[in-house]
Design a protein around this ligand. Structure first.
Ligand code: SIN
Length: 319
């Protein structure tokens, strides 16, 4: 489904979808972020009649994603979303940190138009690359009447941006939406929707205005056999402002690590518990010593703590 009256803007940030290898058969020894977004679009058949614009916002392997790129991307999204002639956005991204970018954009922008992240598990030079189909499917979703919110489209599956996560290192079908399941499927160009589009209010782009170098420092620590509190003390001494612990099971933490985290929290560090388990949420119970991150994965919880600290800083500065 294409809408020639409303254009779709495709923002490129790099990733394997834009990657190339020396040998076509090489699907792991490639370099990510080699091709420009305009050339990725040229490789997708069936786009005649679709008004498209492309813009290269960044060109990186998403393992190296940083706050400056997030700022630039969020600004360009907000700019294009405000244009009445634009029906939606597609963002080409690396798979490795797509879930963090998707979460950030949903929480900050909560757009009333679709912002669809897509990526690929195989480089563009592969014998059978997945990028062109994923890009075509992402454009299909961006053109869907009524679609809204930050979404991720990979492997014929539509995930809510706030829930999507990478769940496999290599397979083409490498993403899931956790317990709640996918939002929709794209099947031969048809959208089969299972859940509502993401709703909610955005926190506002101005939240990301502080210089990237001044953003709060939030780290992940993990609870495991033999864990103790030394890593927490060391991070505190270095000035960490937020900590998310990858807790065991339903949010339990090794007693020595927990004691250090409780001390850090009393000293002003924002501390949340998430779970190491691949599926499920942390269910709060009486007597919990540390707040939990609910259904957020540790990596999304880390972004949420970052946003909460930015919000606190904004309030303190009276904005
Ligand atoms: C990246 O995340 O940029 C590289 C890996 C990938 O896109 O699959």
């Amino acid at each position: 489904m294409q809408n020639p009256e409303r254009s779709i803007v495709i923002l490129g940030t790099g990733g394997t979808i834009a990657g190339t290898a020396v040998e076509a058969g090489d699907t792991i020894g490639y370099r990510a972020a080699q091709l420009g977004v305009a050339s990725l679009v040229r490789d997708v058949p069936g786009l005649a009649g679709q008004a498209l614009e492309t813009e290269q916002v960044a060109q990186l392997d998403s393992k190296d994603m940083d706050y400056g790129v997030w700022q630039a991307l969020a600004r360009r999204c907000a700019h294009h979303l405000a244009r009445p002639e634009v029906g939606g956005l597609v963002i080409t991204h690396g798979t490795d940190t797509l879930e963090e970018t998707a979460y950030l954009l949903q929480r900050v922008l909560a757009p009333s138009k679709p912002v669809v992240l897509t990526a690929a598990m195989r480089p563009a030079s592969a014998l059978h690359p997945d990028g062109p189909q994923n890009l075509l499917d992402a454009l299909r979703v961006a053109n869907e009447p009524g679609a809204r919110g930050v979404l991720a489209v990979l492997g014929g599956t539509v995930h809510p941006g706030a829930e999507v996560r990478k769940s496999h290192t290599y397979r083409l079908d490498a993403f899931c939406s956790g317990d709640a399941g996918p939002l929709a499927y794209v099947e031969a160009g048809q959208l089969r929707r299972l859940r509502e589009w993401p709703q909610g209010e955005g926190l506002g782009l101005d939240l990301l205005e502080p210089e990237a170098a001044d953003w709060p420092w939030v780290e992940l620590v993990s609870s495991h056999a033999g864990a103790d509190g030394r890593v927490v003390s060391a991070l505190q001494a270095l000035g960490v402002q937020g900590l998310v612990v990858l807790a065991t099971g339903n949010g339990t933490v090794h007693e020595r690590l927990e004691a250090a985290l409780v001390r850090a929290r009393a000293a002003g560090v924002k501390v949340w518990r998430s779970t190491r388990c691949a599926q499920g949420r942390v269910l709060a119970k009486p007597g919990d010593l540390l707040p939990d991150a609910g259904a957020l994965t540790p990596f999304k919880a880390r972004v949420e703590v970052l946003l909460q600290l930015l919000l606190e800083a904004r309030r303190q500065h009276g904005a």
